[in-house]
Design a protein around this ligand. Structure first.
Ligand SMILES: [Mn+2]
Length: 346
C-alpha cells in the first residue's frame, strides 16, 4: 500500500514541477481504449493542463461510436506514426503499465525521458518509481480521481470540472458493471457522490448511453453470438465466437463486444466464459470472464494476455476459430479441475 502511495506522490510532485515550467506530458491509454482508459486519460490531461502543463492524449484509433457521447474527446490525437509524437518530458501509461499494450505508440511512450503509469491491472515484475498500479482499485478513473483530489488539496484550488465528472463516472461505472462487480470499492462510490454533489451530471442519460443505447444491427449480432454458445465441463465452461463474416453480415463494428462475455457469465453454473472475436488481421481476441475459483488473469497470462481475476483478455494467432476454441476448452477444463480441487481443500 505504501509503495503505491509513494508512486502516486512522486507522480504528483513531478507533475507540479513540470507545470511550473510548462512541461509536456503525454497520456497513453491502452489500445482499443474503453471508457475507463479514455476517461482517466482525458480527465488527468485536463487537470494537468489546468496546472500549467502542456498535455497530449495519444490514441491508436478514432473514438468508437459507442463512446462518442462522452464529452472532452476533441483533444485526443490519433497517432499514426512518430511524426505525431510530441517531444515529452513525462509519458504516462493509462489503464495499462507498459508499451506492450500501446501498439505503434509504444515507440513514442518509450521516447520520453520520464515514464510512469496509472493502472489497476494485475502486473508482473516490479513497478517503476512512477508507476501507480493499484490492483485493488475499481478502475483507473478511481485512481485518477484520487490524484486530482490530492492536487486540489495540495494546491488549494479547484481542478475538477463537469467534463471530468462525466468521464470519471463513465470509466468507473463501466469497469464495475454499474457498481455491481466485486471490484466495486467504497472509495469509488464516495467519489461518485462527490462528483454528483459538485457537478450537474445527467446520470440517466449517461447510463442510457453506456448500457441501453443500441441499434438493430447490434441486437442482431448479439443474437448471432449468443446462438454460438457451446459448453464443456458440464456447462461450467462456455464458449462463444464472432467471425468477420458474422460481423460483415450485420454490418456491425467489433467494439464493445466483450460486454457480451459478461452477459454470458450470468448463465447458471458458468465458471469460465470465453468469447472469441476474429480480428481483421485474422488474430483471435479472446475475452475471458469468470466466477468461482477460475483466475482469468492467470489463464490469460499463459497466452501473453492479462487483466483481472474475473475479467481478462488475450490474443491467439495462427489458429482458426474452431482450433482456438478446441485449445481453450481443453486448457480451461484442466485449469478448472485444478482450482476446483484446491478450493475443495480450503
Ligand atoms: Mn480499467
Amino acid at each position: 500500500m505504501k509503495a503505491i502511495q509513494e508512486a502516486g506522490n512522486r507522480l504528483l510532485e513531478i507533475a507540479i514541477d513540470l507545470a511550473a515550467i510548462g512541461g509536456r506530458v503525454g497520456l497513453f491509454p491502452h489500445e482499443r481504449f474503453d471508457a475507463d482508459a479514455i476517461g482517466a486519460a482525458v480527465s488527468f490531461s485536463r487537470a494537468l493542463r489546468a496546472l500549467g502543463c502542456e498535455t497530449s492524449v495519444l490514441v491508436d484509433e478514432a473514438v468508437p461510436d459507442s463512446l462518442s457521447h462522452l464529452p472532452g474527446l476533441e483533444e485526443i490525437i490519433i497517432y499514426e506514426g512518430m511524426e505525431d509524437c510530441p517531444a515529452l518530458d513525462l509519458a504516462i501509461a493509462i489503464d495499462c503499465y507498459d508499451a506492450d499494450r500501446m501498439g505503434e505508440r509504444g515507440a513514442c511512450y518509450l521516447n520520453s525521458p520520464l515514464r510512469g503509469a496509472v493502472d489497476h491491472h494485475v502486473y508482473e515484475g516490479e513497478p517503476d518509481m512512477l508507476d501507480l498500479i493499484d490492483v485493488s482499485a475499481s478502475s483507473s478513473c478511481e485512481l485518477v480521481f484520487s490524484l486530482i483530489w490530492e492536487l486540489e488539496l495540495q494546491l488549494s484550488r479547484p481542478l475538477f470540472d463537469e467534463t471530468m465528472a462525466v468521464l470519471l463516472l463513465a470509466g468507473t461505472i463501466t469497469d464495475t458493471g454499474r457498481y455491481s462487480y466485486s471490484n466495486t470499492t467504497p472509495l469509488c462510490l464516495r467519489q461518485a457522490a462527490s462528483l454528483l454533489e459538485r457537478f450537474r451530471v445527467d446520470l440517466a442519460a449517461l447510463h442510457h448511453n453506456l448500457y441501453e443505447r443500441t441499434t438493430v444491427n447490434r441486437l442482431q449480432i448479439k443474437g448471432d453470438i449468443f446462438s454460438t454458445i457451446s459448453s464443456v465441463a458440464d456447462g461450467r465452461i462456455l464458449l462463444a465466437h464472432v467471425s468477420r463474416a458474422m460481423l460483415e453480415k450485420r454490418e456491425a463494428p467489433d467494439d464493445e463486444l466483450s460486454n457480451l462475455a459478461s452477459e454470458i457469465r450470468a448463465a447458471d453454473d458458468a465458471a469460465a466464459v470465453f468469447l472469441l472475436i476474429e480480428s481483421e488481421n485474422g488474430d483471435i481476441r479472446v475475452s475471458i470472464r469468470s466466477n468461482s475459483c477460475f483466475d482469468s488473469q492467470a489463464f490469460a497470462r499463459q497466452f501473453n494476455g492479462g487483466g483481472h481475476v474475473k475479467a481478462a483478455g488475450m490474443t491467439l494467432q495462427g489458429l482458426s476459430i474452431d482450433e482456438a476454441k478446441e485449445k481453450i476448452a481443453v486448457e480451461a477444463e484442466h485449469w478448472l479441475n485444478i482450482c476446483s480441487k484446491e478450493s475443495d481443500h480450503e
